[in-house]
Design a protein around this ligand. Structure first.
Ligand code: ADP
Length: 577
């Protein structure tokens, strides 16, 4: 074994020090009882002295300061091991020559025990093992041999032979132990390496899933946007039915994609959380508003009760909070056929935690299946998907998100009575929420007559932008890459610029910097279109003077709101100029 064997042995020696001292006291006392003299006392003093010395020599190894002693330190360690064992077994020589038959028997058993002790503790480091075993062994074999030679009492040599046999057995046992320890350690290393490889493979798979689902979302978004726009045209009843089917199936598919994307992102450790202000009541009632028509249609009442002491505004990840609540309400609506769904929001001042309980009077969950509902792809009944739809991913994602936010998500349920899901989140309470200009005002007229530059290399995205914006009366100038955006910005002054991030020729960041460098659009608000709101590039965008982001797939309402805000900002800047 390498130098780390020294550190290991040093730690064991340190741990066993009190035992060695206690044993020495017992052995010294017994030696004195067998043959009274001051020798056992002197011996015990010598043991204390050498054990202290040994502790000092090995100390730096136990503290991990040096994993492997070198040069003089290594020699000191070996010398100390040899010295302590020489002194420790010296009592056997006293007993052998002074203690009569009883003393001789005691001496032999004591050295046998000491040999066993060092063999078991020190076999991790061969050099140390030898340094400790040799002195014990010398007493063990030497005492009968010397005795036989001095007294001419040759039958004592039989004891030496027995000792030799004992040592041979000990060597075999130590070898076996060393081999077992070594193979265990090797197996452990192999298992660790396999575990690392499996983790990498799993992360790679999750990464792949995240990429694929993300890539599918873009065309899926185009399908959904096209269906939405088609719905607004003149259609006969059959056509409307077909468009509705298209839109509904698209919604389901989009939900599934979002779930897979979120789940794989969490699994790959790539889910980043935001920290922003959130108006608690506004956010909760916005989510409830989405679900109350569905609940009403099922004959279920959806109520929200927010305790008075709940702060108006808190710091958390608003989107993730909304996602969890959305999912809990979606399940409550899905599994409740009559009765009531209640959202109760409470505040614990001492712990600064927000608790949101979603209670329903639905089908409930059997006790045995309660814990399982948070496992991925697990549904209470195999028939659930057929009857209610879903993938069994929703709650798994919600719980992971709650945990990523430092909180928890728990369930309590009774079959046939109902379920309560409780989300507890540690949040910081802040002052009154800052409402955005877009949220306050009607954005319709703001966009009318505005000229907007949109740079995106995907034709589908450009068409979606055109379809979404033209009804608002604005003129859209579409370009395919950053270089074209810079050219267009040099020719005409825009009210706002929509800038995709990844584009050929010149990417969004470079184009923004070039536009910002001077010219008619140096101060025109730019809205970045990113794949992820928490993109690592966010700082780079901020540096280029871009504070607004829209994540793809683009949410029409957010696009209009962001553009309205940007157009208003550029109108005020122009008026001021
Ligand atoms: P799914 O997408 O299938 O709804 P979830 O992870 O959201 O996946 O839920 C997992 C399972 O937990 C559901 O299939 C259902 O069996 C059970 N479940 C979740 N919420 C409720 C609820 N409010 N009432 C009864 N059962 C529920």
């Amino acid at each position: 074994m390498s130098g780390s064997g020294f550190a290991f042995v040093a730690r064991v020696r340190r741990k066993e020090l009190p035992t060695r001292i206690a044993l020495a006291a017992f052995i010294g006392g017994t030696a004195w009882a067998i043959q009274q003299s001051t020798w056992p006392l002197w011996w015990f003093g010598a043991v204390i002295l050498t054990q202290t010395l040994d502790w000092a020599v090995f100390r730096s190894l136990t503290r991990g300061a040096t994993a492997e002693p070198r040069g003089l330190h290594k020699a000191a360690c070996l010398a100390s091991a040899a010295l302590t064992t020489t002194v420790y077994s010296a009592i056997a020589a006293y007993l052998w020559f002074q203690g009569g038959t009883l003393g001789q028997q005691f001496a032999m058993v004591q050295i046998a025990g000491a040999l066993l002790h060092v063999s078991l503790h020190m076999h991790h480091e061969k050099a140390l093992l030898m340094a400790a075993v040799i002195p014990h062994g010398a007493y063990f074999l030497g005492l009968p041999v010397v005795s036989a030679a001095l007294q001419g009492n040759w039958h004592v040599l039989l004891v030496a032979i027995a000792c030799l046999l004992y040592v041979a057995h000990l060597v075999a046992a130590v070898r076996q132990t060393s081999a077992t320890t070594r193979s265990l350690r090797e197996a452990n290393a192999v298992a660790q390496a396999e575990r690392g490889r499996a983790q990498i493979a799993s992360a790679a798979k999750s990464d792949f899933l995240a990429t694929i689902s993300h890539e599918i979302r873009t065309p899926m978004n185009a399908v959904l946007s096209a269906a939405t726009l088609l719905r607004r045209t003149r259609l006969d009843a059959r056509q409307r039915e077909h468009v509705d089917m298209l839109a509904d199936a698209g919604d389901v598919l989009m939900g599934l994609l979002n779930d897979v994307l979120d789940f794989s992102k969490i699994e790959a450790g790539k889910m980043e959380m935001e920290d922003a202000e959130m108006d608690v009541r506004e956010r909760i009632s916005a989510v409830s508003r989405i679900w109350s028509p569905r609940a009403r249609a099922e004959g279920v009442r959806l109520t929200v009760a927010v305790a008075d002491d709940v702060p108006e505004c808190v710091r958390t990840d608003p989107l993730r909070f909304q996602q969890i609540l959305f999912n809990l309400l979606s399940n409550a609506v899905k599994f409740t056929r009559d009765g009531e769904i209640r959202v109760r929001v409470a505040w614990a001042e001492s712990a600064s935690t927000l608790s949101v309980a979603v209670e329903d009077t639905g089908i409930g969950i059997p006790k045995a299946r309660l814990a399982g509902v948070f496992n991925s792809f697990e549904q209470v009944e195999a028939g659930t998907t057929r009857r209610y739809g879903g993938t069994g991913l929703g709650l798994a994602i919600c719980r992971r998100l709650a945990e990523l936010m430092g909180g928890s998500l728990e369930v309590d349920s009774e079959e046939g009575v109902g379920s309560t899901f409780t989300l507890i989140l540690p949040v910081a309470a802040v002052g009154a929420p800052a409402r955005t200009a877009a949220a306050r005002e009607d954005v319709g007229p703001v966009l009318s007559g505005r000229v907007i530059l949109a740079a995106d290399d995907h034709e589908v995205n450009r068409r979606i932008l055109a379809l979404l914006l033209e009804p608002h009366g604005c003129r859209l100038v579409s370009v395919e890459n950053g270089a074209e955006a810079v050219d267009a910005a040099a020719l005409e002054r825009f009210d706002a610029i929509l800038m995709d991030m990844q584009m050929p020729v010149l990417d969004g960041l470079q184009a923004t910097r070039a536009i910002r460098a001077g010219g008619a659009n140096a101060r025109t608000p730019v809205i970045a279109l990113t794949a992820n709101a928490l993109d690592v590039h966010r700082a780079a965008w901020a540096e280029a003077g871009v504070a607004r982001y829209l994540t793809k797939p683009i949410e029409p309402a957010l696009l209009i709101a962001a553009l309205a805000e940007a157009c208003q900002e550029s109108a005020s800047a122009r008026a001021a100029a």
